[in-house]
Design a binder for this molecule. Sequence first.
Ligand SMILES: [Zn+2]
Ligand SMILES: [Zn+2]
Length: 225
Amino acid sequence: MNDEWNDEELKASVQAYVEMQRDERLGQPFIKKHYYKRLAEVFGRSEKAYEYRMQNISYVLALMGRSWVTGLKPARNIDGAVAAQIEKFLWEAQSQKAIPVVAFKIAVRDELKQKTPAIPNGNAKPKSRRVTVTQFRCNAPVTAWVLQQAEGTCECCEKAAPFKNVDGLPHLELHYMRQLADGGQDVISNAVALCPNCHREIHHGASAHALVAWLYDNVGRLIPE
Ligand SMILES: [Zn+2]
Ligand SMILES: [Zn+2]
């Protein structure tokens, strides 16, 4: 079989991943191997190849700042174009639209590998394009309540907000434990106030899962969804 993954196979892999993620959230036991076996039967690759692909999907999700399945540690050995396709299928699987970010992040990652990079010319007139995205409307009282009870201290690292915003208030950011894009509720039992560092880390960090577990253990009002 050809080594290239066609769209049909990538889409089926993303679909299997999304199903595993759903099972994990619902606390339903699932066997990853069964998914790989089913894909192997349809597309003729080894089960191991699908396992690795699933880890690639975790990597794409991590780049997107989304949560990924426990036990499918992100594997970054993936081509930018394939990653961009996976990103597209992930949003399609949820019937949502978002600004693509993955191809750019991988391009930066690959540039960073150059030992002696040439000084780039850049672009005096960056190109733009119009895109349609899915936006969730947040409830202002929920955000305000969570920020207020944090009293200027990050609920994750428990340090004071690093700076004041233009309103003269400590700058903390609202984060939904189960993201709204993943079907999370806009309620105080699903939201925390984080400093910008912790907020970035919980979306993109290698230890994101540990931070999530810590928050559920230490912030009394949180209820896993
Ligand atoms: Zn923090
Ligand atoms: Zn967030």
